[in-house]
Write a protein that binds this ligand. Sequence first.
Ligand SMILES: C[S@@+](CC[C@H](N)C(=O)[O-])C[C@H]1O[C@@H](n2cnc3c(N)ncnc32)[C@H](O)[C@@H]1O
Length: 293
Amino acid sequence: MPRAAGDTWDIVTSVGFTALAVCAARALDAALDPPLANDDFAAGFVAAAGEPNLAAAVANTDLSSAAAFNAQWVGVRTRFFDGFFARARVGQAVILAAGLDCRAYRLAWPPDCTVFEVDQPRVLEFKQQVLDQRGAQPSTRRVAIATDLRDDWAAALIEGGFDPGQPTAWALEGLLPYLPGAAQDALFEKLHELSAVGSHVAVELGPDPGEAKEFADSIPTISQLSAQPPVAQLWYDDARIDTKDWLTKQGWDVVGVDLVDKAANEYGRPFQGLPPVFDRLLRSKFFGATRTR
Ligand SMILES: C[S@@+](CC[C@H](N)C(=O)[O-])C[C@H]1O[C@@H](n2cnc3c(N)ncnc32)[C@H](O)[C@@H]1O
């Protein structure tokens, strides 16, 4: 098992590498028609990291490659979370496990909005370095919170200026399978506690245990092209509470999102050659919710 309690990483190792791989997929999305991620920062991060396999993946625009398949689903996923923030229109946003997400730079935010980005210290350090070299300026106030989401991240967030009295838009994209079940359950308890009525959350759930194995066996991902452990080996597949059910009981209005339908009918880019496990994950693992009481 390549994971352990309290493990840490940088941008080219373990879970940190998955942030770079997702970023490479966003860079490749630019070659698809139409592009959905619109992330002008992505290719620069891959180049700066100097990891040869991902650099080669981004240079190869053969649209039948494994990397290009990753670009299809990451592009659609990016578009879903972008649309979530565009609709949320609240005064603070929290991107949990932000990785190399540049929404604080790419998107138009409501006036006086603060975007908090939470991730491990060395991931955020690399990100800051590359953004600084490029002279990038965020499109709103951005606060990086370097902490571990298995620890007391809520205290670090509040110390960084987060206001639990104001509605928040939370994004959990590409995070949950990297957390043990108990840490995921605790994370949702904290998120609920910190959410004023009128808060929104957009979530990508992890695969169920059987699906994780199917994913590992049948899907080539960009990270499998490199020396890193295959992504599914970085996942936890232990028991966790039913998040949608739990949030509903706490007073959130939960709405499931089918990204296969959205890609075809809303985003104008139907999936090509979608393997069965991905079809299921993209149809059933995404949801949005609003706290109503
Ligand atoms: C697959 S990447 C997704 C990054 C980003 N959300 C995106 O979609 O581009 C997973 C991210 O989760 C972060 N992560 C996973 N477990 C974490 C933890 N316990 N504490 C802080 N960050 C964590 C990693 O550092 C990495 O940036």
